[in-house]
Design a protein around this ligand. Structure first.
Ligand code: ZN
Length: 303
């Protein structure tokens, strides 16, 4: 029989925001249990940057826009589309994780920009803000899931990710043994929406901290070879449980997220001159000892 382990999930504490309804667990992990988690409620699917496949407009076609595609580049951060190989005249902003094609592969004289097509425009982007991708990569915006996968690919490459407006953020590992052969199934569930009820950009610092946190759980599971009781004992020993209701495993995942460079809190505009503050995870400080232990987990070692 498959042995299901408790899902370790991430609560989003939002200062001044109401807490959504109880979590809906993913169907694939019916026996997973969570304690003390805050779920994310329902909202229409984030669509702002998630679904575009751009086509070069024939109406504005130029020789540069109709020639065969020579290469494709995907932005890693948002990048200015410049009108020329030098200078600062701006045609557009290409969002992060957007694949553009070049039909000229022409580089600027200083080698820092490349000529590409973005939507109906031909312009130049800074090469250091993009990576060359295969010609089979679709032009346009990566899906939410693909952006999240890209953000954690260094540590959690290949771990299946499911996204939903209804998901609680969580990472699970299911271990089953058949004829003496063990099978491990890892999974990360991510919500595409905030507790404020707004669409969450997968590259928002809060989204990244959540992605790192959940990937951190996967790294914990792996470091302890899916011995979840042993993992809990070790994490509680390092991080302690006092003043931290979520326990060592969760604080650990927060500290892994911080060790990987995530911001665990932030303040941003809420419109109309108002600001809002968000805290990702369970709060509490990651001491130097905690961060050193977090780095050990990232390196695949036990603490
Ligand atoms: Zn967690």
């Amino acid at each position: 029989m498959p042995r299901f382990i408790p899902a370790a999930a991430l609560a989003l504490a939002l200062v001044g925001a109401s807490v959504a309804a109880p979590a809906v667990l993913p169907a694939s992990a019916p026996e997973a249990t969570t304690v003390g988690e805050v779920s994310l409620g329902a909202l229409p699917q984030a669509a702002s940057e998630a679904d575009g496949i751009e086509r070069v407009s024939l109406a504005t076609a130029t020789p540069a826009a109709t020639a065969a595609i020579k290469a494709k580049y995907q932005t890693n951060v948002s990048a200015t589309l410049y009108s020329a190989g030098s200078g600062t005249k701006k045609l557009a902003t290409v969002p992060a994780d957007y694949t553009v094609a070049t039909r000229t592969a022409k580089k600027s004289s200083d080698g820092k920009r490349i000529q590409v097509q973005y939507k109906s425009k031909t312009g130049w982007i800074t090469l250091s803000k993009a990576s060359k991708v295969s010609l089979s990569t679709k032009v346009g915006q990566l899906s939410w899931k693909a952006s999240a996968a890209k953000n954690i690919s260094k540590w959690c490459s290949g771990v299946p990710i499911d996204t939903s407006v209804n998901y609680m953020n969580q990472a699970t590992a299911q271990v089953s043994t058949t004829n003496g052969k063990r099978k491990v199934t890892e999974k990360i569930n991510l919500s595409t929406k905030t507790n404020w009820g707004t669409a969450l950009n997968p590259n928002h610092p809060m989204a990244i901290s959540i992605q790192y946190h959940e990937c951190g759980h996967i790294m914990q599971y792996r470091a302890y070879n899916y011995d979840f009781a042993g993992l809990k004992r070790a994490m509680d020993k390092v991080y302690g449980t006092s003043g931290n209701t979520a326990g060592g495993v969760e604080h650990m995942a927060d500290c892994i997220s911080e060790a990987l460079g995530a911001k665990r809190k932030g303040t941003e505009s809420a419109g109309n001159g108002a600001t809002r503050t968000w805290t990702s995870g369970y709060g509490g400080k990651c001491t130097a000892t905690h961060l050193a232990a977090a780095k050990k987990i990232v390196a695949g070692k036990r603490v």
